[in-house]
Design a protein around this ligand. Structure first.
Ligand SMILES: *[C@@H]1O[C@H](CO)[C@@H](O)[C@H](O)[C@H]1NC(C)=O
Ligand SMILES: *[C@@H]1O[C@H](CO)[C@@H](O)[C@H](O)[C@H]1NC(C)=O
Ligand SMILES: *[C@@H]1O[C@H](CO)[C@@H](O)[C@H](O)[C@H]1NC(C)=O
Length: 365
C-alpha cells in the first residue's frame, strides 16, 4: 500500500519539462537577468530551447539549445537610431513609440528566420511551456498561441502599464506611476496628473496602434487563424518581475510575483588600478552609470555639464562609466572607465547612481 502511495510521488519528482524561452531583446543588461534562468532550468533536467541574442555557449549544458539571433537583431536598435531618441530631449510619448517600433522590426526578422520558423512551424515540436519577455510589444507571444501552449512572462525589471492591464492587476496611475516616468514614492498632485495623462495616452496608443500592428505582424508569419494579439496578451499565465530595486512594489494579483536579484553573482577581485582608486578614496566613492544601453558619452552637452558641475562640488571621488577616452572639462575628483565590473565595485562605493530608463524620464521630469 505504502509503495503504491510513494510511486506517484516519485513520478512527479522526475517529471521534466520541455521549455521554449523567447528572450529576444538585444541588450546585454537584460540578457544577464535571463541567462541564469535558462542555465538553471537546463541543469535541473529540463530540456530548454532559448532564442537569445546573448547565448552562454557553454558546452557542458547538455539539455540546452541556444538559437543565437545576435546576427539578426543586435544591430537593429542602432540602425533605427533608438538611442538617439532615448538620450536626447524628446517628449516621453515619442520615446515610447520609438521603443515599440524597434520591436516591430525585431519581431519581423525573428519570425522570418529559418531556425525560428523551425520552432513555431514544426508540428512535431513537443514543448510544454513558453517563457517570454513581457515589457515588449506582445508580437512574439503569438508563438505560444500558435503552439497552443501556456506562457509565462519573465521581466528583467518591473512591468509597464500594458502588462499590469493585461494581467488584470489594479493599476491606478494616480497612485503608481509607470516605470517610464521619473516619479517615485508619494507623488505630488501635478505628478499624479502627469502619470494619469501618460496612462490614458499609453492605453490609447497600445489599443489602437501598437496591438493592431503586432497582430498584423504575428498573422503575417504565424497564420490568420491566430486569436487577436490583445487576447493572447491577456492569456499570460504568470508574470514574474525581477530586480525590485528598479520599480516600486505594489499590491499585485496572485499571478504577478516579484523575484529578487536573479543576476547577482559571487564577487570577483577587482583589476589593480580600479582597486587602488577605490582604496585611496578617503571619503568614499560614488559610482555613476547609465547601464549598457544608454551611453553617458551620448548625453546632451547640457546634461553632461550639469552632471560634471554637481560632481565637482562633492567631497567624494566619482567613478563614472563613460564610453569615450576623453571627457573635456573632467573634474579632478572624477575617474572615467568605458566598462566597469559593476557587481564587484558595488560593495566598495558609498552611493550608486544608476539609471535603467532614468534618461528616458529625465526629459519629462
Ligand atoms: C539533462 O537532463 C537529464 C534529464 O532530462 C538529466 O538526467 C541530466 O543530468 C541533465 N544533464 C545536464 C548536463 O544537465
Ligand atoms: C509552415 O508549414 C506549413 C505546412 O507544414 C507550410 O505550408 C508553410 O509554408 C510553412 N511556413 C513557413 C513559414 O515555413
Ligand atoms: C490561451 O492559452 C491556452 C493554453 O494555455 C490555449 O489553449 C488558448 O487557445 C489560449 N487562448 C488565447 C486567446 O490565446
Amino acid at each position: 500500500m505504502k509503495a503504491l502511495l510513494i510511486f506517484p510521488l516519485l513520478w512527479t519528482v522526475i517529471d521534466c519539462a520541455n521549455i521554449l524561452a523567447i528572450f529576444h531583446m538585444p541588450s546585454y543588461s537584460h540578457q544577464v537577468v535571463f541567462q541564469p534562468i535558462w542555465r538553471e532550468l537546463s541543469l535541473r533536467g529540463h530540456q530548454v530551447t532559448v532564442i537569445t541574442s546573448h547565448p552562454l555557449n557553454d558546452p557542458t549544458l547538455k539539455n540546452l539549445t541556444e538559437i543565437d539571433v545576435s546576427a539578426l537583431n543586435l544591430d537593429i536598435p542602432k540602425k533605427m537610431r533608438l538611442m538617439h531618441y532615448i538620450e536626447k530631449d524628446q517628449p516621453i510619448h515619442v520615446k515610447v513609440q520609438k521603443v515599440v517600433e524597434v520591436n516591430y522590426e525585431i519581431a519581423e526578422v525573428l519570425l522570418s528566420d529559418k531556425r525560428v520558423i523551425g520552432v513555431y512551424n514544426n508540428s512535431a515540436s513537443k514543448f510544454d511551456l513558453v517563457l517570454v519577455q513581457p515589457y515588449m510589444p506582445p508580437t512574439l507571444f503569438a508563438i505560444a498561441a500558435k503552439l497552443k501552449l501556456p506562457f509565462v512572462g519573465i521581466s528583467s525589471f518591473g512591468a509597464f502599464f500594458p502588462s499590469y492591464y493585461a494581467m488584470g492587476n489594479p493599476h491606478p496611475p494616480s497612485l503608481y506611476s509607470d516605470i517610464y516616468l521619473p516619479y517615485h514614492g508619494r507623488m505630488t498632485f501635478s505628478e499624479r496628473l502627469r502619470s494619469t495623462l501618460f496612462y490614458l495616452w499609453h492605453r490609447y496608443y497600445w489599443t489602437f496602434h501598437a496591438l493592431p500592428k503586432c497582430d498584423q505582424i504575428a498573422k503575417k508569419y504565424l497564420g490568420h487563424d491566430l486569436p487577436y494579439i490583445g487576447d493572447i496578451e491577456r492569456n499570460m499565465s504568470l508574470l514574474l518581475l525581477s530586480n525590485p530595486i528598479l520599480y516600486e512594489r505594489r499590491p499585485n494579483v496572485p499571478t504577478i510575483i516579484d523575484l529578487e536579484m536573479l543576476h547577482v553573482k559571487p564577487v570577483k577581485p577587482l583589476p589593480a588600478d580600479l582597486k587602488q582608486f577605490l582604496d585611496n578614496a578617503k571619503q568614499g566613492v560614488i559610482y555613476f552609470s547609465l547601464g549598457s544601453n544608454v551611453l553617458s558619452a551620448g548625453l546632451t552637452e547640457n546634461l553632461r555639464k550639469v552632471l560634471m558641475e554637481a560632481f565637482s562640488e562633492l567631497p567624494y571621488q566619482v567613478l563614472w562609466k563613460f564610453e569615450d577616452d576623453k571627457l573635456p572639462g573632467k573634474p579632478k575628483n572624477v575617474e572615467i572607465r568605458k566598462w566597469i565590473p559593476q557587481q564587484d565595485v558595488l560593495g566598495k562605493v558609498v552611493i550608486f547612481w544608476m539609471s535603467l530608463v532614468g534618461i528616458i524620464s529625465m526629459s519629462t521630469g
